[in-house]
Design a protein around this ligand. Structure first.
Ligand SMILES: C[S@@+](CC[C@H](N)C(=O)[O-])C[C@H]1O[C@@H](n2cnc3c(N)ncnc32)[C@H](O)[C@@H]1O
Length: 350
């Protein structure tokens, strides 16, 4: 049965797993989030699926292709070759020798090994990549190309669990969307934007009052959202960037772009039903002292217009909790999400 190791952002594995179940439906045999305690990973086992082509011939469904096309929360899809125990480089070498890698590498096709290690070992991940690469080359005679390989082999050692697979996604993670032509310095990963959208259960008028380069509104529009979507941003440069991104994504006409101040939100909208936003962090805007006042003024405005759910992420835990409480909102859910090496706090409020 086909098995996959999937990667996503830490803290949204459950949301990604639900999305996979929705996409693959009864093809899913087993799904496990954070296997071996590793965050940001999902282990998936599926049934073989088939479809009938135009001539009525039975063809196998490529689970990797289906997930690549339809998932909005996954980063990487790795087709598993083996999951075995290995405590040292010699055992890694033995396991690699046993794998039927020839089935995945065509003659003269170049390959590269990308290795990662979790836990304490007396060797580095480059040593794993070197050993695995040598054995694959001995077995297949395929040329190594570390910069632009035709096939990427992923090797992960988690404690003494050794995982070897073919990375279907390639070197560019799926969260790097092709529509991003304007690169905001603090942009949100599209995978996390989608997880926040899921948590918000969007309905009615939707707004991101600190929309930056537009990641959240653009991803919502790409999901086919039928109601109004408002993208509010204080700085013209970023709002122009958001418009450029929306044009590249083909959803410019689905979003209302407003140049304005989120602490005066009620000036621009009378009522909103769903608000999702990645609030400015002190770290990123360089004026950490201003954050409590900014959050307090924003949540005060929000209390005038929000009739529904809000989902927010920030590193500024104390400031947001104080502002939420001060302005009469109720926290429905809290979680921590890994973003760009930081732990960001996520709140679902009403
Ligand atoms: C963390 S960034 C949002 C990034 C966005 N999610 C993206 O993916 O591009 C926060 C944004 O809030 C904007 N901002 C800061 N103060 C604001 C205010 N008072 N009103 C509206 N926008 C503001 C900043 O210019 C910045 O673009």
């Amino acid at each position: 049965m086909p098995k996959f190791l999937l990667t996503t952002a830490q803290g949204i594995e459950d949301i990604a797993a639900k999305e996979i179940e929705r996409i693959l439906s009864d093809l899913v045999l087993k799904i496990k989030i954070r296997p071996w305690g590793i965050e940001g990973r999902i282990l998936l086992e599926t049934k073989e699926g088939y479809y009938l082509d135009e001539k009525g011939k039975k063809r196998p469904i490529s689970i990797g292709e289906v997930l690549t096309k339809n998932s909005r929360t996954l980063h990487r899809i790795i087709s598993l070759l083996t999951v075995s125990r290995a405590r040292n480089l010699e055992e890694i070498e033995n396991v690699t020798r046993e794998v039927d890698i020839e089935a995945y590498l065509k003659e003269k096709e170049s390959f590269g090994v990308r290795a990662e290690r979790f836990g304490s070992h007396e060797f580095r991940s480059v040593d794993i990549a070197r050993v695995v690469g040598r054995i694959i080359q001995e077995k297949t005679k395929a040329p190594v190309n570390l910069d632009h390989p035709a096939v990427i082999i992923r090797a992960e050692l988690i404690g003494d669990i050794f995982i070897l697979g073919v990375d279907i996604t390639g070197d560019h993670s799926l969260h790097r969307r092709p529509w991003r032509v304007y690169d905001h310095p603090a942009h949100l990963k599209a995978s996390i934007a989608n997880a926040l959208i899921e948590l918000s259960k969007p309905e009615g008028i939707f707004a991101d009052p600190f929309c930056g380069s537009g990641t959240i509104p653009i991803e919502l529009a790409l999901r086919g959202y039928k109601n109004r979507i408002i993208c509010l941003e204080k700085f013209r440069k970023h709002l122009t960037g958001a418009k450029m991104n929306a044009i590249a994504a083909g959803v410019f006409d689905k979003i209302e772009f407003v140049l304005g101040d989120a602490t005066k939100l009620s000036k621009y909208v009378e009522e909103v039903n769903t608000v999702v936003s990645n609030l400015p962090y002190g770290l990123k805007i360089g004026k950490k002292g201003m954050i409590p006042k900014l959050y307090s003024e924003f949540f005060s405005e929000l209390s005038k217009v929000l009739n529904g759910r809000g989902v927010f992420i920030t590193t500024e835990k104390n400031a947001i909790e104080k502002a939420i409480e001060e302005h009469g909102f109720k926290i429905l859910e809290k979680r921590i999400i890994g973003h760009g090496g930081l732990d960001v706090h996520c709140y679902v409020i009403r």
